[in-house]
Every structure is written in structure tokens, then in C-alpha cells.
Design a protein around this ligand. Structure first.
Ligand code: M6R
Length: 365
């Protein structure tokens, strides 16, 4: 049932404040300000020397964002692996270590093979999955569910942000267990997490601005997405989302890589979408935005009102996000990224729910 939406994808984008809130509520004790994992971890995070995370597609990008959180809040080195690469590499893994697999379906062939590969090397497995009855759920030592509900659109949206919610809670739990985060810091970060669903609801209000933007993006051949820090995985996710449902060629880049190659592409045709939450690296992202503007590029920015004001002269369009502490900005900034892809597909007359050549769950290699 699509409710009053044209596509499941639209419905699923709009469900995010609710399902992310539900998922966070499963892992956080809101009243005490502590993480309250609903299971026992299969390893003591204090003894870990590194963490491996495997996934494919959008799930892989959620893991890439999680790396920033585990490193920052738990000082834990993290290897994020594309499952199809990991499984064939004979990766050296510590037999007392932990591998996290992340998958909406819990059936993706490559991710399942990565799970078995890590398990075969003695690693404990934690599976972040949305389908509770899936093969990965059965084969993992511990299951951390995303409570997104059934995701029908082939393009993953609410499963992605719910994966981020689980990762955020795990990173804080690991940070506490490793003595990196004090109780006060934990409570402050949990306060920020609890604000995320409301901020997502606010972010959804940018939809009409995005509908206008989508009419422009629907006319182009290529789009570049830039982000720094935790916004870099979101740049990759934005490009994947646009490619898969609108068939427009898009690339995501770490903003700092701009001058190492892609800057040569900047011209008056290709939109450059910059994801710029107010985080510790915003100043650096701003210099990349200036580089794009100085070369006559089509700058489209996703940021707060202050940033939009500063770039009013240079930006072709600004998608305004609420102002908030940026530790978990990725969950909120995912919304405009998803809406851009969705509305571009719709204006181009593409089937956003059933893109060509793609299956919801990739159970063969
Ligand atoms: O079910 P999974 O999360 O394991 O699926 C992984 C990818 O196939 C999936 O995220 C794919 O990239 C989506 N179509 C992206 O929107």
C-alpha cells in the first residue's frame, strides 16, 4: 500500500522520521541518556584492536559513514569492505575479532559469503539486517535489527537511515565500553540522536524546492556530488541513488579530491551538488565550493541558512537544512539526497520503484 504517495519510494522516504525514531528507541534508553543494546555483544569492545564491516551498495555506504563514528567516538580502527571484494581476498582476520555485516534484505549473496568467510576465520558476526527472518539473521552470532518495516522500492532509503541509527548507537556503546566516552558525553550525543527524527521531518519540508531543482537535473547528462568527512559517504550514496533510478551518470567524490582530477570536468553544464553540514570540516568544504564557483560550475548546495546566504550569489540553487549540531548530520542530510534522485526520476518519467535491470535483493553474484 503506497498510502497517498505515487511510489513506494516516496512513501518510504517520508516514513523515515518514524522508523528512525523507532529504531533509535530500540537501542537507546532515552530517559537515562544511555545506550541500552537489546542484546549482549559477542565480543568485549574494550579488547578489540579493529573492526571489519562488510556490505554492498547502499549498505556499504552506511558502513563507510559508520567508520567515522567508530573512529571518533570509540577510537576503534575500522575496515569497511565491499563484500564482493572481501570474500575473494583471503583477508587476514584476528580469530577473536568482530565483523559486522549490514544488509537490508539479509540475503545479498556477496554479503552472506563475506559473513561466512569471516566466520570461517573465527570472527564473531554481528548482522545489521532489516528482514528478521533472513539467512544472515540465522547465521550471525548476534542480530541488530533495523526497524524500517518492509522496504519495497528497489532504491534503498529508509533501510539506509535505520542502518545509520543502529551504527550510531553501536559506536556510542563501543565508545563507552572502551572508556573513550564519559557518561556526560554519551548523554549529550544521545540527546543529539534523539533530535534526529524531528530534524528529518523538518528536512522533508525541502521537497517543493527539490521538485523545482529536479526539473533542471532531469536535463543534464552528468552530476557530481561532493562531501567531506561523514558527508563523503553521502556523496557516494547520492550518486548511486541518482544513477539507479534516473539513469543519469553521477559520481560522488570526497570534496578534497576535487583538485586531483574531477575539477577538470567543471563547466556550465554539469551540476555539482555539495553536501555541506555545519561540521568540523565545513570551512574546507567551503573552499571547494569556491573553487567550483570560480570555474563557472553549477553549484547546488545542501546546507543551513547561513551557508545559503553566504553563497546566494554563487549557487544556482540551495536546499536549506535546519541548523543543528552535526555529529549525526548524515541521517538528516540523506533526505534531500534521496528526494533529489526521486523527483528527478519522476520528472523524467522513469519508474522510481522498479528501475531497469535491478532487483531488490541480489541473491546471485
Ligand atoms: O539487501 P542489501 O542491503 O544487502 O542490498 C545491498 C544492495 O544491493 C542495495 O543497497 C542496492 O545498492 C540498492 N538498490 C541501492 O539503492
Amino acid at each position: 500500500d503506497k498510502g497517498n504517495h505515487r511510489h513506494f519510494m516516496a512513501k518510504e522516504i517520508h516514513e523515515q522520521p518514524e522508523v528512525v525514531g523507532r529504531t533509535l528507541g530500540h537501542y537507546l534508553d532515552m530517559s537515562s541518556g544511555h545506550v541500552a543494546l537489546p542484546f549482549e555483544l559477542p565480543v568485549d569492545p574494550a579488547t578489540l584492536s579493529r573492526l571489519t564491516i562488510c556490505g554492498c551498495g547502499t549498505a556499504y555506504f552506511s558502513a563507510l559513514m559508520a567508520k567515522y563514528w567508530f573512529e571518533r567516538f570509540a577510537r576503534l580502527p575500522v575496515d569497511v569492505e565491499i563484500a564482493s571484494e572481501f570474500r575473494y581476498r583471503d583477508p587476514p582476520l584476528d580469530p577473536s575479532g568482530l565483523t559486522i555485516v549490514v544488509s537490508q534484505s539479509g540475503e545479498t549473496a556477496d554479503t552472506l559469503a563475506a559473513l561466512r568467510c569471516a566466520k570461517g576465520k573465527g570472527q564473531k558476526i554481528l548482522a545489521i539486517v532489516n528482514v528478521a527472518s533472513s539467512t544472515m539473521s540465522r547465521e550471525a552470532d548476534v542480530v541488530a535489527p533495523t526497524l524500517a518495516g518492509p522496504e519495497i522500492g528497489v532504491a534503498s532509503t529508509k533501510a539506509f537511515t535505520c542502518q545509520l541509527a543502529v551504527f550510531a548507537a553501536l559506536a556510542l556503546a563501543f565508545g563507552r565500553a572502551r572508556g573513550v566516552l564519559g557518561a556526560k558525553e554519551e548523554a549529550r550525543l544521545i540527546g543529539e540522536l534523539m533530535a534526529v527524527p524531528g530534524l528529518m521531518a523538518q528536512a522533508l519540508k525541502c521537497e517543493s524546492a527539490i521538485e523545482g531543482l529536479a526539473r533542471e537535473i532531469g536535463k543534464v547528462r552528468d552530476v557530481l556530488y561532493l562531501g567531506r568527512g561523514a558527508a563523503y559517504p553521502l556523496a557516494l550514496e547520492g550518486a548511486l541513488k541518482l544513477k539507479e533510478i534516473s539513469y543519469i551518470h553521477a559520481e560522488g567524490y570526497a570534496a578534497g579530491e576535487l583538485k586531483h582530477g574531477p575539477i577538470a570536468l567543471i563547466d556550465g553544464d554539469m551540476p555539482v551538488i555539495v553536501i555541506a553540514p555545519k561540521d568540523a570540516v565545513l570551512e574546507k568544504t567551503i573552499s571547494n565550493m569556491q573553487e567550483v564557483a570560480a570555474r563557472g560550475g553549477r553549484l547546488i548546495l545542501i546546507g543551513d541558512e547561513n551557508l545559503a546566504r553566504d553563497f546566494a550569489g554563487e549557487a544556482e540553487a540551495s536546499i536549506i537544512m535546519p541548523e543543528f549540531p552535526a555529529d549525526f548530520a548524515g541521517m538528516v542530510y540523506a533526505i534531500p539526497i534521496q528526494l533529489i534522485a526521486y523527483h528527478t526520476a519522476v520528472v523524467m518519467g522513469k519508474d522510481a520503484d522498479q528501475p531497469r535491470n535491478l532487483a531488490k535483493s541480489v541473491t546471485v553474484e
